[in-house]
Design a protein around this ligand. Structure first.
Ligand code: DOR
Ligand code: ZN
Length: 346
C-alpha cells in the first residue's frame, strides 16, 4: 500500500480570493499548497478592464504571506462593453491568462455578465486570434430551465454555437458538474478543457438536501445526481489531459451562507489536497493525482509545470480548522464527511 506520494507542486485553475480583509485571511489557505491560481474577477465591482486586473493583482501581492512565491494568474470579467484591444494588450504584457464569461445573473456577482452573445463576438474573435483562453461559467439563466439541467442546456444553446462561430477559440468549461459536460469535452480533441472542483467529486445533491438543508454544500453549479458525481470522478482520475483541478474555493461568511437566502460557494482551499488524495486513492488512481493537480492545467494554459514538489503522507486522521476567522466573519471549511488520512508534509 502507498503511504507516501510526491508530486510536482499543484496549481488551482479556478479560485475566488475576494478582497480586503477576506483576501488577507483566505490567501494563506491557498498559498500553503498551491504555487499559482487563476483568480476569478467577480469582485464588487468586477475586474473588467486591464487596469482593474492590475490593481487587483497588486492587492493580492501585497497580501501574500512573507516569503511566499505564489503567483496570481489574473483574468478579466467579460462584459458586453469589453474592449478587444484592452484584452489583447493585457494578454501581451503578461497580465492576464484568461477572460471569464459569466452569463448575466448566473451566480455570485454576475449581474454585469453577458446577455447577448452577439455583443461579445469581437472580443471572442480577438481571443481566438491571440490564443487567450475563455473560462466559461456554463449555466443558462433562463428561468424556464430547471437548475439541475442548466449545464446541459448551456452546452447545446450557447457553448456549442459560440465555439462553432469562433474557430480557434480556446475554452475551459469551469467546474463541470454533469456527465453531459464530461462527454462534451471528451468529444472534442482540440481547444476545449474543463476544470473539476474538489467538492463536486465528493458530494451529490442528496448531501445538500437530505436530513436538513446544508448551506455549506450549496454552490453553483449546484451538485447533481450521483451518476454525475461518478462521471466527474472517472474524468478527474482518468489522466485525460483535458481535465484539471479548479477548486472554485469560494469564501462566504457563515451569516451569508446560513441565511434565508444563502450565498453559493464551498470553501475548500484549506483541505483540498487531502481530500483529493483520498478520492484518488479510492479510485485506485493515486498515480494520476499529479496529472490532475499539477500537469494538465499548465499544459492547457501553455505554462511550464512547477518545479518544486509536494509530499503527501498517509497516517492518522488530520485535523483541519472547522472555520477560518476573517475580519468579515468566520468562513466554514468544506467538510467532506469522512476522515482525512492524507496530509501535506511541510
Ligand atoms: O458557488 C459558487 N460561488 N459558484 C460561482 O460560480 C461563484 C462562486 C462565488 O463567487 O461565490
Ligand atoms: Zn467560481
Amino acid at each position: 500500500m502507498t503511504h507516501t506520494l510526491t508530486l510536482r507542486r499543484p496549481d488551482d485553475w479556478h479560485l475566488h480570493l475576494r478582497d480586503g480583509q477576506m483576501l488577507a485571511a483566505v490567501l494563506p489557505e491557498t498559498t500553503r499548497h498551491f504555487d499559482r491560481a487563476i483568480i476569478m474577477p467577480n469582485l464588487v465591482p468586477p475586474a473588467v478592464r486591464s487596469s482593474d486586473a492590475a490593481a487587483y493583482r497588486d492587492r493580492i501581492m501585497a497580501a501574500l504571506p512573507e516569503g511566499s512565491g505564489f503567483k496570481p494568474l489574473m483574468t478579466l470579467y467579460l462584459t458586453e462593453d469589453t474592449n478587444p484591444a484592452d484584452v489583447a494588450q493585457a494578454h501581451a504584457n503578461g497580465l492576464i491568462h484568461a477572460v471569464k464569461l459569466y452569463p448575466a445573473g448566473a451566480t455570485t456577482n454576475s449581474a454585469s455578465g453577458v446577455q447577448n452573445f452577439d455583443n461579445v463576438r469581437g472580443v471572442l474573435e480577438k481571443m481566438a486570434e491571440i490564443s487567450l483562453p475563455l473560462c466559461v461559467h456554463g449555466e443558462v439563466t433562463d428561468p424556464a430551465v430547471d437548475i439541475f439541467d442548466r449545464e446541459a442546456v448551456f452546452i447545446d444553446r450557447i457553448l456549442d454555437p459560440v465555439r462553432r462561430a469562433t474557430p480557434g477559440l480556446r475554452v475551459i468549461m469551469e467546474h463541470i458538474t454533469t456527465s453531459d459536460g464530461v462527454e462534451y469535452v471528451k468529444a472534442n480533441d482540440k481547444d476545449l478543457g474543463a476544470t473539476i472542483t474538489t467538492h463536486h467529486l465528493v458530494i451529490n445533491r442528496n448531501h445538500i438536501l437530505v436530513g436538513g438543508i446544508k448551506p455549506h454544500y450549496y454552490c453553483l453549479p449546484v451538485a447533481k445526481r450521483e451518476e454525475h458525481r461518478l462521471a466527474l470522478r472517472a474524468a478527474a482520475t482518468s489522466g485525460d489531459a483535458r481535465f484539471f483541478l479548479g477548486t472554485d474555493s469560494a469564501p462566504h461568511t457563515d451569516p451569508n451562507k446560513e441565511s434565508a437566502c444563502g450565498c453559493a460557494g464551498c470553501f475548500t482551499a484549506t483541505n483540498t489536497m487531502s481530500i483529493l488524495a483520498h478520492v484518488f486513492e479510492e479510485e485506485n488512481a493515486l498515480d494520476r493525482l499529479e496529472a490532475f493537480c499539477s500537469l494538465n492545467g499548465p499544459a492547457y494554459y501553455g505554462l511550464p509545470a512547477n518545479t518544486g514538489t509536494m509530499t503527501l503522507k498517509k497516517g492518522d486522521p488530520v485535523a483541519y480548522p472547522e472555520k477560518i476567522i476573517t475580519g468579515e466573519g468566520p468562513v466554514t471549511v468544506f467538510d467532506p464527511g469522512f476522515p482525512l488520512h492524507w496530509h501535506v508534509e511541510t
